[in-house]
Design a binder for this molecule. Sequence first.
Ligand SMILES: [Zn+2]
Length: 333
Amino acid sequence: MLPICREKQRQLSQQYQQQTLAHAILLQGITGSGTEALAQWLIELLICQAPLSSNDAVTGEVINLACGQCKACLLRKSKSYPDHLLLTSENKTLGVDDIRRGNAFLEKTAHLGVVKTILIPQAQIMTVAASNALLKTLEEPSANSYIVLITDDLDSLLPTIISRCAIYTIRPMVGEALLAQLKTSLHENTQVRNDSAMNSGINANAFVNLSQLAELTDEDVFQAFQHFNQCFLAYLNHGKSESDLLNQLVDNIHALRWLEKITCNLVRQYYLVKDPEQTNLVVNKEISIQMLNQIYQAIISSNKLIKSFTQANRQYVGAQLLMTINDIVRPST
Ligand SMILES: [Zn+2]
């Protein structure tokens, strides 16, 4: 389990123990954030007939785990467990027939277990018809059934679906939590990933697997990312490139995610550069870690707004965000 998922794992464990788990559970996080592993753990736990308890190494709180040895666990391992259904699609969308298959599955009595589980790993590819078909099931859940949905793009889901799920969001860490995480992971994790385009040569554990992101696979997008990175640093450090930056925020679908990613990496830099004078930082010394954390929060707030808005409103939210960032780093001007 990735460290950034552990808090949600503890939370879900507690709800499992108290039997307060929601029937529909939506795990949200960008690709590589560990939502799949979290879903897998949860479903294994729900299926298991003799679950174990262990204490979390960090907080001492109880985490529940599947035993791996009971009849249900053994059948699951051999992929012949009858009361779980995985709803995926080879196509770009998950259609209404797939969801109906899921609904029919839930209506039947469990063969072996007490509960029935469905996993939808890419909830955002459901068509509108599929979403509506699922909605009825979410509104009137059959007894002892759990539907676990995963998405990397919450905004692509119908609000009616979202409103009927318990949502667990996995985010990269910032601030003190990030520092603590870095200290732990630098020791325990031997697999060092290097997102060199971002970090200017700093080796660190990436919190997310970035290999699937467009800027790392498409040369044109990579060039656009480099340009955006330069503009943002010029804006942070000197207040330059504002209109260029704003145009990119409005026109480039990746730009807001890049802003979040660059800022998150700047925060990481602060903790990774072992230089008391901080001379290796790509941002000015006047820009403190507190400022970067504030900027990161502002970006996250804008992120949700800007995605759902039209072109004109994106312009407005983008401009507001840049003003906010400017006020954070240059409060006197
Ligand atoms: Zn078991």
